[in-house]
Ligand binder design. Structure first.
Ligand code: AHG
Ligand code: MN
Ligand code: MN
Length: 347
């Protein structure tokens, strides 16, 4: 249900909308206990998303759009809202009794929480694109839920071992509206926050990359001189064409979301140290907090994700804050990238 421009309420076709509860109910491969746990975790994410959204809207009035005056474990400047979102989500997820280990871009070590019954391991980027806050630009929160393996008490080792067993991934996009996008193995669903009721209302779905793959490319071409030749060739090829569009806001959640709905590809390659910038030959984005969840969502929506060599979802994780090159988007565009950049075809 929604309101059209004349203020009339629009009823989306009922059968194409699934409440969060209904979506979890039909998710594949979950035991009854896991289903309850996943539902409660998603409810915690929804509650956190609502709270972060509310506080973001007031950020400029409270002088909360700048730095927190610290540097995080990634060596990056912490924004006040990185810390606020961290506290909101870790408080709710910890209290849910359903997340036994939580790793975050903003914390060096895992948080461990007591869980009386079925629980999951979780990785999150509590606030993605936080440099956009200074200009009231879009930001997001990213989550992945992993099934715990057997017999590993060390929380870091447990989550590194579990990264190939993603059960569910989600992001919250704080933009003109606040959206929550949730994926299980083969299906992606989208919800919009109704600020009046505080509820995330289902939008028609499932969400899939459009047929044909689209024509949008999101890449920071300011790094051109620091890329390897294959990436430069890809961008050179685009420039010789008339039928493509460049779109980049510098927040993965927003750039990915646009490409998911309109058809496109997001690329953050490794960049070699040259001049005063660069120096992430392995890529800037984080495997656990950004690449794996987006790769899982992309695959469930019919797309692909690779680091240029291998599918993201097949990469072994060696440490929590591991960085990776990320190419993610519609199947056609990721396959074309691989052909032009000379990377092996992703499957
Ligand atoms: P975060 O705010 O969590 O550190 O993530 C920022 C990431 C990603 O969201 C975005 O696409 C990318 O960094 C932008 O990087 P550049 O400014 O180097 O293009
Ligand atoms: Mn991020
Ligand atoms: Mn972040």
């Amino acid at each position: 249900m929604g309101e059209n421009t004349s203020g009339r309420v629009v009823h989306h076709k009922r059968e194409s909308c699934l409440s969060l509860e209904e979506f979890v109910e039909r998710a594949p491969d979950l035991t009854a206990g896991e289903r309850i746990a996943v539902r409660e975790i998603l409810e915690s994410i929804a509650e956190g998303g609502r709270e972060v959204s509310r506080r973001l809207a007031l950020g400029p009035l409270h002088g909360l759009t700048g730095s927190a005056g610290q540097v995080n474990v990634q060596g990056e400047e912490v924004q006040a809202f990185d810390e606020i979102a961290q506290e909101v989500f870790s408080g709710l997820l910890g209290a849910s009794g359903r997340v036994s280990v939580l790793v975050s871009e903003e914390r060096e070590k895992p948080d461990v929480f007591p869980c009386p019954s079925e629980s999951f391991l979780m990785a999150m980027d509590p606030l993605d694109g936080s440099s956009n806050l200074a200009v009231s630009g879009p930001v997001g929160s990213i989550f992945a839920l992993y099934r715990p393996g057997e017999g590993d008490d060390d929380p870091s080792r447990a989550i590194l071992r579990a990264t190939r067993d993603v059960v569910c991934a989600a992001y919250v996009l704080y933009s003109v509206s606040t959206l929550m996008v949730v994926a299980f193995r083969e299906e992606v669903r989208m919800y919009a926050l109704d600020p009046a009721s505080g509820r995330f209302m289902p939008l028609p779905g499932p969400v899939r990359f459009p047929d044909g793959g689209g024509q949008i490319v999101s890449i920071n071409t300011g790094n051109y001189t620091r890329w390897e030749r294959g990436i430069q060739s890809y961008v050179d090829t685009l420039h010789s064409r008339s039928s493509w569009s460049a779109r980049y806001v510098g927040a993965l959640v927003m750039d990915f979301h646009r490409n998911l709905l309109k058809g496109g590809i997001y690329i953050y390659p490794g960049d070699l140290p040259r001049g005063s910038g660069g120096g992430h030959p392995e890529g800037k984005l984080r495997l656990l907090f950004e690449a794996i969840p987006m790769a899982f969502i992309a695959r469930a929506a019919g797309g692909l994700a690779t680091n240029g060599q291998k599918p993201i979802l097949d990469l072994p994780a060696t440490h929590i804050h591991q960085r990776v090159a990320l190419v993610v988007g519609s199947r056609e565009l990721v396959q074309e990238f691989s052909r032009i950049a000379g990377a092996p075809e992703p499957v």
